[in-house]
Design a binder for this molecule. Structure first.
Ligand SMILES: CC(=O)CC(=O)SCCNC(=O)CCNC(=O)[C@H](O)C(C)(C)COP(=O)(O)OP(=O)(O)OC[C@H]1O[C@@H](n2cnc3c(N)ncnc32)[C@H](O)[C@@H]1OP(=O)(O)O
Ligand SMILES: NC(=O)C1=CN([C@@H]2O[C@H](COP(=O)(O)OP(=O)(O)OC[C@H]3O[C@@H](n4cnc5c(N)ncnc54)[C@H](OP(=O)(O)O)[C@@H]3O)[C@@H](O)[C@H]2O)C=CC1
Length: 293
């Protein structure tokens, strides 16, 4: 039987987690947002407030809708406090071990009927589901960045996901006003299977000296009408996340065409992860982003 979703838990309050909490609260759901540190949660709430205010000033939502959405969000720093949720969406870092540990601890405190979802960009839903006590109630709900703006959500069934879980998830996503693309459970699903090799190729283009950062981004913005250049987009997604996705593609499909560019590896090793650390292919510490190559 389909679960009636009213209360939604979100684990991880980074750029994706705070966006998911934002759209779920605006969609009328009660939201419990979890992260490992209270500071992280505080800064997520400030981001959500800022993004809702931007939507009010663009007349996309009313001041009342913003106020109600903020009232629907509560912040918690333990998983126990997610116990009464009908759906929990995990959106912590793109590391399989971290996610498996979260699911193990989470399932111990959930009602048996709660649906568990992952916002993973690339990792096998079937494999993540197998680390829980409820593979039939486990699903991939993959939002796009920035969540309040992008229209699409990918839904990915694991091998055991039952119809009721799929139908409830579909209804939940539709209530957020998003369109759904259903993807089979293969490495990186649809969007990232296509997008990330393009970004990785842009990094090879830089690595091999075909063009500098500015030339590559300008070429793809003006020459292919992409809203952001591929290197600007890589910084926006997070270079750690880009590398993890390429590693999943490389390992999962065993094809050298998915080999992560060594320059991407170097940036991640330096801790230059893009916008979130203020440095990546651009340096964001000044007034204007400055290319680092
Ligand atoms: C990695 C994965 O697993 C999957 C993925 O998500 S892949 C990434 C997919 N996303 C993309 O490809 C994004 C590509 N970029 C774009 O579409 C656009 O550049 C953009 C929508 C991000 C911004 O659009 P823009 O027209 O250049 O900027 P702008 O007009 O300033 O922004 C439009 C609105 O988007 C919203 N917005 C922009 N950045 C935002 C952010 N980081 N968070 C929330 N909202 C944001 C704001 O409401 C903004 O309105 P304001 O005018 O008030 O600022
Ligand atoms: N970036 C993107 O464009 C997209 C990303 N995704 C996916 O969304 C997920 C999150 O990515 P994103 O938001 O970009 O990453 P961020 O690095 O912005 O955020 C991750 C958050 O999770 C927190 N976290 C880490 N471990 C735990 C834990 N055990 N319990 C609770 N919270 C934890 C981090 O805290 P701390 O920093 O303190 O460790 C951080 O606040 C990933 O799976 C990613 O692949 C999906 C679509 C698009």
């Amino acid at each position: 039987m389909a679960v009636m979703i009213k209360k939604v838990g979100v684990i991880g309050s980074g750029q994706m987690g705070n966006g998911i909490a934002h759209v779920a609260a605006l969609g009328g759901f009660d939201v419990v947002l979890n992260d490992v540190s209270a500071d992280r949660l505080k800064s997520a709430m400030a981001t959500i407030t800022g993004n809702l205010t931007r939507q009010v000033s663009k007349k996309l939502i009313t001041e009342d809708a913003k106020k109600s959405a903020l009232e629907r969000i509560s912040l918690v720093d333990t998983l126990e406090e997610l116990g009464s949720c009908d759906l929990v969406i995990e959106s912590a870092v793109e590391k399989e071990e971290t996610k498996r540990k979260i699911f193990q601890d989470l399932c111990a405190v959930l009602k048996p009927e709660t649906i568990v979802a992952s916002n993973t960009s690339s990792i096998s839903i079937t494999r993540l589901a197998a680390s829980t006590d409820r593979p039939e109630k486990f699903i991939g709900i993959h939002f796009m960045n920035p969540v309040p703006v992008m229209e699409l959500v990918e839904l990915i069934r694991g091998i055991a996901t039952d119809d009721a879980t799929f139908d409830s998830s579909k209804e939940f996503v539709s209530k957020l006003g998003k369109q759904i693309a259903v993807s089979e459970d293969f490495p990186a699903f649809i969007v990232n299977r296509i997008l990330l090799p393009m970004i990785n190729e842009a990094i090879y283009t830089l690595y091999e000296g075909v063009g500098n950062v500015e030339a590559i981004d300008m070429a793809m913005k003006l020459g292919a009408h992409h809203p952001m250049g591929p290197l600007e987009l890589a910084d926006f997604i997070g270079l750690d996340t880009c590398l993890s996705i390429m590693q999943v593609l490389h390992e999962g499909l065993a094809d050298s065409k998915y080999r992560p560019c060594p320059l991407l590896v170097k940036y991640v090793e330096a801790g230059w992860l893009g916008r979130k650390t203020q440095r990546g292919f651009y340096d964001y510490r000044g007034e204007k982003p400055v290319p680092t190559r």
